[in-house]
Write a protein that binds this ligand. Structure first.
Ligand SMILES: Nc1ncnc2c1ncn2[C@@H]1O[C@H](COP(=O)(O)OP(=O)(O)OP(=O)(O)O)[C@@H](O)[C@H]1O
Length: 459
């Protein structure tokens, strides 16, 4: 703490303050989050998790991490200062005047890149909202506040938490289903909608009306002057069944809106992304061993040494010695793949996220649960939100629905101490990331039951 000079208080959150600081040895200003470490085991762990997860994220659209340390019952996280403030403030500054379309698209495409980085690391943010998205003085988007984020395969105790901001929470959370990557997509849809309209998509006067609107996915359409691709994207991001929502990968690469977003991506990001995607596309299709078999076979048997017929004579004549050498060595497919190639392909196991349970080697219970969720969610929400839940929520004013809620499962068995965050390497294997729910919390926690327990203790 002594190595920093505090310049001012940037703001106060529910767990502490955010300070603008300058290291004694440098000129760059940083934000230092000062978080009171709660005595309760779950709270301290989730505070530490913010530092651990933020330190793992290195991306131009995610708030950069400098260091973290503990002192006198507080956790300090030093991070990049975003002088443009948060997106909620920026939206409010508009005073009702709509943002230009190119600003919306530029900011949104940067949010997507940041989210893709998080999801590629198999981390769920779980609290994406305009208040947690920042702007630099160059108007670059930075995703921040990893206080609610969770990584897959983290120790059981850490997953036993519900987090979220009710206005941004997706239908499956209200339905007590596990949080998954598409729940982040829903929240991102809420932010996109706010950028487009300066309003929240699910405005309501009561908790019941809020939950019903969210669970039915009913919102006022975007203004008609906005391109149809945005209308189409919002419609998909607000699909009540998470499996029908596009993944962040799909939004960036193959959704109707992708072209529009690409126009607004920084050039270097685009070329990096395209190269990576091309490689991924090739790698994703086959399991490694099968790929090796195919490669070996192709190397030995099924390629013919020929010049390519597409090169015209003139261009060939004009090309350098070197290029001519390369072309001559180029190979092309024999007309029909041989039976052996077909045999190898037939045996190869194509990995698609449509078959997530098999691809990830999960057990049948999980697959059954998926089917069950699917069955449930295909139906329109036509039931009332649970009475008990409503009666619990009714005690909190609806204005609180813009705040982050954290409910920990009380677990005496888990000792307190620094959190270890594990990552399941198998889940980081490249694979196709299409329209399905790809990953969710490992260990679902019935937060509604926990809320009831807390309530019954207090009455
Ligand atoms: N990296 C940052 N750069 C600039 N401002 C920041 C940064 N991080 C946080 N802030 C600002 O500091 C204030 C406090 O942030 P903090 O994350 O501590 O709490 P919060 O998000 O407002 O509330 P809560 O913790 O309850 O969700 C907010 O106004 C936020 O906009």
């Amino acid at each position: 703490m002594d190595q920093y000079t505090v310049l001012k208080v940037v703001g106060e959150g529910s767990f502490g303050r955010a300070l603008l600081v300058q290291p004694n040895t440098g000129k760059v200003k940083w934000v230092m989050k000062e978080i009171r470490l709660p005595k309760a085991e779950g709270g301290a762990k989730s505070a530490r998790r913010e530092a651990v997860l933020l330190s793992r994220m290195k991306h131009p659209n995610i708030v950069a991490f400098r260091e973290s340390f503990e002192d006198d019952g507080h956790l300090y996280i030093v991070m990049e200062f975003c002088s443009g403030g948060d997106l909620l403030q920026r939206i409010q500054q508009q005073n009702g005047s709509l943002l230009p379309e190119d600003v919306i698209l530029r900011w949104f495409s940067q949010m997507c890149l940041g989210t893709k980085h998080i999801h590629d690391k198999r981390v769920l943010h779980r609290d994406l909202k305009s208040k947690n998205i920042f702007l630099t003085d160059h108007s670059t988007i930075k995703l921040g506040d990893f206080g609610s984020a969770c990584t897959l395969n983290s120790a059981k105790g850490y997953a036993q938490t519900y987090v979220g901001t009710p206005y941004y929470v997706s239908p499956e959370i209200w339905d007590n289903q596990p949080y998954n990557n598409k729940s982040d997509i829903w929240s991102l849809g809420c932010v996109l909608y706010e950028l487009c309209t300066l309003r929240h998509p699910f405005e309501a006067r009561s908790w019941k009306s809020l939950i019903l609107k969210v669970c039915r996915g009913s919102y006022t359409p975007l203004p008609s002057h906005l391109p149809y691709e945005l209308h189409y994207l919002i419609k998909h991001m607000f699909k009540t069944n998470p499996r029908d929502r596009p993944s962040i990968h799909t939004i960036l690469s193959s959704h109707r809106v992708s072209r529009l977003l690409h126009k607004h991506l920084p050039e270097e990001e685009l070329s990096k992304k395209e190269t990576k995607e091309l490689t991924e596309k090739r790698v994703n299709q086959w399991r490694k061993e099968e790929g090796e078999k195919v490669a070996m076979f192709l190397g030995q048997k099924s390629l013919l040494n020929t010049t390519t017929s597409k090169v015209s004579d003139t261009s060939f004549r004009n090309s350098s010695e070197n290029e001519r050498g390369n072309v001559a060595a180029r190979k092309r497919w024999a007309k029909e793949p041989s039976n052996t190639v077909l045999q190898v392909f037939r045996n190869a196991d194509i990995i698609s996220s449509g078959d997530t349970a098999t691809a990830q080697g999960s057990d049948s219970t999980k697959a059954e649960r998926f089917t069950e969720i699917q069955k449930q969610e295909r139906m329109q929400w036509d039931k009332d939100p649970p009475e008990r839940l409503l009666s619990l929520l009714e005690k909190a004013p609806l204005s609180k629905a813009f705040s982050t809620y954290i409910i920990h499962k009380h677990n005496e068995d888990t000792p307190d101490g620094p959190e270890e965050v594990h990552t399941d390497q198998n889940r980081l294997e490249p694979r196709s990331d299409d329209e399905d729910t790809d990953f969710e919390e490992d260990c679902h926690f019935d937060w509604q039951a926990e809320l009831e327990k807390m309530y019954s203790k207090n009455v």
